[in-house]
Design a protein around this ligand. Structure first.
Ligand SMILES: O=C(O)[C@H]1O[C@H](OP(=O)(O)OP(=O)(O)OC[C@H]2O[C@@H](n3ccc(=O)[nH]c3=O)[C@H](O)[C@@H]2O)[C@H](O)[C@@H](O)[C@@H]1O
Length: 415
């Protein structure tokens, strides 16, 4: 028998093992190479897909741009209808800036000035103002809207300025007190600076809040007020007080034409649903059969004027020669308890009245002495509380309907 030596056996085993290992390594490398090649192929496909998609996207956005241009052209052909405006020739027509012109009061003033035939420029940062308040004038040749925050300087040419820009509802101005102060200090300086540069007459919308929690009743313009300078309302009260100070300082130093209106509680259509002031709160609560919320005892008083009375007064003041502050408000005074009952009676419904915590520094009695406005402007309010509230209720009913409709659509979209 052929005998294999022990050494040869070892060499043979070693050789077979090496061959096996080499074979395994070869197989593994081969597979990897294959997968690398395959990977390259997938990536190439993916890159091609991306290029293809980008091309599609570019083509689609180009097509969308084309369609948008076409829509714009077609829209221009649709005749828009506007409320009638008077025709004024270029000698009598004024260019009037309304800061805060998309707000509740501002937009009613814009309506009045537009109908008079003036050229109106609205400046608003839309913090509390809304485009929908003035959308019925968009596109009119006498109307222009600028999205601008008056804490930055503004350079335009105007003849008159109604300076209304500032949040006015307590929950709104307290929500961002620093912004409220900036608007009423830096913002007012910017607008006074603009008035000085272009020699425009300027009317400042001040407020009954400059009287703070008054110790004199009713409040005449000669009263200096009772304001807590570090309380939660101070951002607005002191903001408006410094606005008045600035206005008269500019008037004296720069020989400018100024007017100051101290506006008392005002209500009407276009108040925001979230305005938070008593008129909108009570009406909405009664319409929704929710509880009517009285802050504190409800024995504090207010005197409510309808917004169109106010804007009539603002325009009369601007056109007068009177330069001292003028109260604009309705002197018919009610306690908040009485006002809640008035709203309940008007709307029927079964809302309950509840008393919540009292608001800090809430003025306890407020009623304007309007003898100045009567004497110098021949102005007094015309719209009774009953008529004004009915118009406001009609507006809020419609707002609620639109809101419910939008909520229903939202629900349908989401499901
Ligand atoms: O409406 C206005 O024109 C004025 O509104 C506010 O002053 P305020 O009188 O405090 O206005 P509201 O928030 O409407 O409050 C009036 C009274 O009703 C009370 N209130 C308000 C809301 C509510 O839900 N329940 C309620 O009892 C308040 O505590 C306050 O005593 C602003 O600070 C003024 O600048 C602005 O000129």
């Amino acid at each position: 028998m052929y005998k294999i030596s022990k050494k040869s056996k070892q060499i043979l085993i070693l050789g077979v093992s090496v061959m096996t290992i080499l074979f395994i390594i070869y197989k593994v490398i081969g597979r990897n190479e294959q997968s690398i090649e395959g990977g390259h192929g997938n990536r190439r496909d993916a890159v091609e897909d991306i290029i293809h998609n980008e091309h599609d996207l570019a083509e689609s956005s180009h097509r969308i741009e084309e369609l948008e241009e076409k829509i714009a052209v077609l829209e221009k052909r649709i005749p828009r209808t506007y409320q009638d405006v008077k025709y004024l020739n270029y000698l009598t027509r004024k260019r009037i800036l309304v800061t805060g012109g998309a707000g509740f009061v501002g937009s009613h003033l814009v309506d009045k000035l537009m109908k008079e035939g003036q050229e109106v420029i609205v400046v608003d940062n839309f913090f509390t103002g809304r485009k929908q308040n003035v959308e019925h004038w968009i596109g009119h040749e006498n109307f222009e809207m600028i999205h601008h925050d008056i804490v930055h300087p503004l350079y335009i040419e105007v003849d008159e300025i109604y300076h209304l820009a500032s949040p006015a509802s307590p929950p709104h101005y307290m929500q961002n007190p620093v912004k409220t102060i900036k608007t009423n200090t830096i913002g007012t300086i910017n607008i006074l600076g603009l008035a000085r540069r272009v020699n425009a007459k300027i009317l400042l919308a001040s407020t009954s809040e400059v009287y703070g929690d008054p110790e004199i009743h009713p409040q005449p313009e000669s009263y200096w007020g009772h304001v807590n300078p570090i309380g939660p309302r101070a951002c607005y009260d002191e903001g408006k007080r410094i606005s008045e100070t600035l206005t008269y300082a500019y008037a004296q130093q720069e020989n400018m034409h100024v007017r100051v209106a101290r506006i008392f509680n005002t209500y009407g259509p276009r108040m925001h649903m979230n305005d938070g002031r008593v008129v909108s709160n009570f009406i909405l609560q009664a319409l929704k059969s929710e509880v009517i919320t009285i802050y504190g005892s409800g024995e504090q008083t207010r005197s409510f004027q309808y917004v169109t009375d106010l804007v009539d007064g603002l325009v009369l003041l601007m056109n007068s020669n009177y330069t001292q502050p003028v109260n604009l408000g309705n002197p018919v005074e009610h306690t908040i308890n009485q006002f809640a009952e008035i709203i309940k009676d008007l709307l029927g419904g079964n809302s309950k009245i509840v008393h919540l915590a009292e608001v800090q520094d809430d003025p306890q009695r407020r009623k304007p002495d309007i003898s100045r406005a009567k004497k110098y402007l021949n102005w007094e309010p015309k719209v009774s509380l009953n008529i004004g509230l009915q118009k406001t209720v009609t507006y809020f009913r419609e707002e609620l309907r639109k809101f419910k409709h939008s909520q229903r659509n939202k629900f349908v979209d989401e499901h």
